[in-house]
Write a protein that binds this ligand. Structure first.
Ligand SMILES: Nc1nc2c(ncn2[C@@H]2O[C@H](COP(=O)(O)OP(=O)(O)OP(=O)(O)O)[C@@H](O)[C@H]2O)c(=O)[nH]1
Ligand SMILES: [Mg+2]
Length: 417
């Protein structure tokens, strides 16, 4: 089954470009034919000239980023975007959510819907739709939210997973917190699940784990794309009965977003290191999974600086209802393991009931997916997608800052908000 991606605004188009690049490289390097063809079916189709074309629609209210992404894809020599699968205008949405949602979105509804419909018709079977965007600018957040609403109407039975980039806390966009709150409040009703990358967190991974000195968006997007690829590339799931799972979005959503009030998903990966160090490192499943579990429990997105003191409550603490400070409680987790000896990896420590809320049986709260194909040059790697308390603090910060701005100068809010 196939996923149709909709890239919106500068961020969406740049993150999407990296994602398709990572996926096409991974599929090409994989030595397993069934893996490669499952990956292609998901993300690419072959055009009449025999070229791989991304199952993607590119949307922006200014032409520069789209032109850049399309050119870069062609230059890769491995894949491209469809020559007619884009829509751009002359002037952006000026970081104004309302301009995107109330003006540009409705103005171009028919054109955008037609582009997506054409892409969907190219799929033999549709797994779902994945809009990619930031929540801080005007086009990604405003038009992106409007387009998600149109997709929900046009494809009421399809899975919709939104991938969102949350802005730097010290943000470049003055109204980024308004834009974020408005986007999230709408998407919460429209989307099946919302996978979030925070720019601050990914930036820290680039500097502290990958030792990159002058970090660019391209570096940040590469890390995001690797994490997303680790989730979306083919794997064997409990429901796929020995073959690669058919519907990555459907399985992800049904495993993780089991309650309509809780849709925010975070992701973390291990290991992450400069490519020059990989050859000198050895990886063992018990060590990787022990670190990843503690990253989950202590809500650390990097294997550096993990707090080993934080732990879930013991049975007696749980029965007495004692609070456990700083412990990151989960609603559900999907653990995806890729690489050598994957079937021998022991994942029981992620099934412990103490990690989860008491109102969901922990066997329903945890799923492990596995693929024997190595990913992103690591002999073994693990990615955890988590529906947990992890995004509460950053969400509180965004909402708090939006209220503060509103309280201090409500008149500054553009009339359309
Ligand atoms: N990770 C990442 N963040 C980006 C990228 N480009 C922009 N951002 C972030 O996205 C936010 C700004 O949104 P943009 O995507 O530039 O805005 P837009 O959707 O093009 O909207 P307008 O330009 O207002 O029409 C800020 O929080 C930036 O930090 C990117 O390539 N990668
Ligand atoms: Mg822009």
């Amino acid at each position: 089954m196939s996923v149709v991606t909709v890239q919106l605004g500068q961020c969406g188009n740049q993150v999407g470009l990296e994602l398709f690049d990572v996926i096409s490289n991974d599929a090409r390097e994989a030595q397993k034919r069934t893996y490669c063809s499952a990956s292609h079916e998901r993300f690419f189709h072959t055009n009449t000239n025999g070229d791989l074309e991304a199952r993607a629609v590119l949307i922006d209210m200014e032409p520069k980023v789209i032109n850049h992404s399309m050119t870069k894809a062609v230059k890769s020599g491995k894949w491209k975007y469809g020559e007619k699968s884009y829509f751009s205008q002359k002037q952006g949405s000026g970081n104004n959510w309302a301009n995107g949602f109330c003006v540009h979105g409705p103005q171009h509804k028919e054109t955008v819907e037609e582009l997506v419909r054409r892409e969907v018709e190219r799929c033999e079977r549709l797994a779902g739709l994945m809009p990619i965007m930031s929540v801080a600018g005007g086009t990604g957040s405003g038009v992106g939210t409007y387009v998600t609403q149109c997709l929900r109407d046009a494809f009421p039975k399809s899975f919709i997973l939104n991938h969102l980039t949350w802005p730097y806390g010290t943000g470049e966009v003055i109204v980024q917190n308004y834009n974020s709150v408005l986007t999230l409040s709408k998407l919460y009703r429209l989307s099946d699940a919302i996978l979030v990358h925070e720019n601050d967190t990914v930036h820290r991974i680039c500097s502290q784990l990958l030792n990159i000195k002058h970090i660019t968006f391209s570096d940040v997007n590469r890390v995001m794309a690797h994490q997303l690829g680790g989730v979306l590339q083919p794997a064997l799931t409990p429901h796929s009965y020995g073959t690669f799972s058919r519907n990555p979005l459907g399985e992800l959503v049904s495993s993780l977003a089991c309650h309509p009030e809780y849709k925010l998903l975070s992701v973390c990966t291990i290991p992450q290191m400069p490519s020059s160090s990989i050859a000198y490192s050895t990886f063992a499943w018990p060590g990787l999974l022990k670190h990843l579990r503690q990253m989950l429990v202590s809500n650390t997105k990097m294997e550096e600086g993990i707090d080993w003191q934080v732990r879930p409550p013991s049975n007696s603490e749980r029965s007495r209802g004692l609070p456990t400070h700083n412990f990151n409680r989960s609603l559900s987790n999907v653990l995806i393991l890729r690489g050598k000896d994957v079937y021998s990896a022991e994942t029981g420590s992620f099934e412990e009931p103490a990690l989860y809320t008491s109102w969901l049986p922990s066997n329903a709260a945890f799923n492990a997916w596995k693929s024997p194909v190595s990913f992103n040059k690591y002999e073994k790697s693990a990615t955890l997608v988590s529906n947990s308390q992890s995004l509460l603090q950053p969400l509180d910060n965004i909402v708090g800052k939006a209220w503060n701005m509103f309280a201090s100068s409500p008149g500054s809010l553009p009339s359309k908000y």
